[in-house]
Design a protein around this ligand. Structure first.
Ligand code: SAH
Length: 248
């Protein structure tokens, strides 16, 4: 079981697979007032940077589930490197439908809400693992400014303008789903640059090492087009944030 190989190639050097920087995850960990010993569940945990740094900085324990064997392996290595492997479990699996055996203090899905079929479904899924009084974390894009045309939305790699909301509407939507928004940390354009631009060097080096790979033409095309596409569309129109919610 794996995610499409192109993502394992373009994001192989990423520790964080979204527009958050290490500083933003640190800000979020502090904002949540995490207690030592708190248990955090993370669906779509990627290379594990959130859980690993929070285990190091706040003494949390945690479980991460991710469908990419490469990212899961990287998460385990990172936990060893930071000396927190005893407190964290990284599972390679499909996180769809995953419910923890014991209720957790924080249940997160940061940049992978398709796992629950969208925001509403992911909130419902996470709630099944959450203790009473616990916090849900949803990481999700929003429009910084509404794309003037559907073509611009597609330039942001969205299917349609309707894929995302403006920030006030996204915050309101959490209320409509029965949740209080109790904290939020937003990415900025520097964070987007770290996420997107880091793929370019990775792609360039991968191409040099794998010129005859069947994906080489696709990676070459992406490397050629991505800087201008990103600067024209995503960087200007798309925001991203992690929203902390408590069910009402
Ligand atoms: N939360 C991480 C990763 C976000 S990127 C971070 O912030 O760095 C989205 C992640 O979801 C990728 O690591 C991808 O491998 C994973 N993923 C995609 N579909 C999945 C599924 N059905 N179950 C579990 N993980 C999935």
């Amino acid at each position: 079981m794996d995610i499409p190989r192109i993502f394992n190639i373009t994001k192989s050097a990423h520790r964080i697979h979204n527009p958050f920087t290490p500083e933003k995850f640190a800000t979020l960990g502090t904002a949540l007032r995490l207690q030592s010993g708190a248990h955090v569940l993370d669906l779509g945990s990627g290379s594990g940077e959130m859980l690993c740094t929070w285990a190091r900085d706040h003494g949390i324990s945690g479980t991460g589930i991710d469908m990419s064997p490469l990212f899961t392996e990287q998460a385990k290595r990172r936990a060893e490197e930071l000396g927190v492997a005893d407190h964290l479990t990284f599972i390679h699996n499909d996180a769809a439908g995953y419910v923890a055996d014991e209720k957790v203090d924080v249940a997160a899905c940061v940049g992978a809400t398709w796992i629950g079929g969208g925001i509403a479904g992911t909130i419902e899924l996470l709630k099944q693992s959450l203790r009473s009084g616990g916090i849900l974390l949803i990481g999700e894009p929003f429009w910084r400014q509404l794309p003037p045309t559907e073509e611009v939305a597609k330039g942001c790699l969205a299917h349609a303008i309707a894929d995302f909301l403006l920030l006030p509407d996204l915050l309101a939507s959490f209320g409509h789903l029965g949740c209080d928004v109790v904290e939020m940390v937003l990415a900025n354009q520097d964070g987007w640059d770290r996420y997107e631009a880091a793929k370019w060097l990775t792609m360039r080096r991968w191409l040099a090492a794998n010129p005859d790979d069947e994906l080489a033409p696709e990676v070459r095309a992406q490397l050629t087009a991505e800087p201008v596409r990103y600067a024209t569309y995503t960087r200007e129109y798309l925001g991203w944030g992690v929203f902390a919610l408590m069910p009402r």
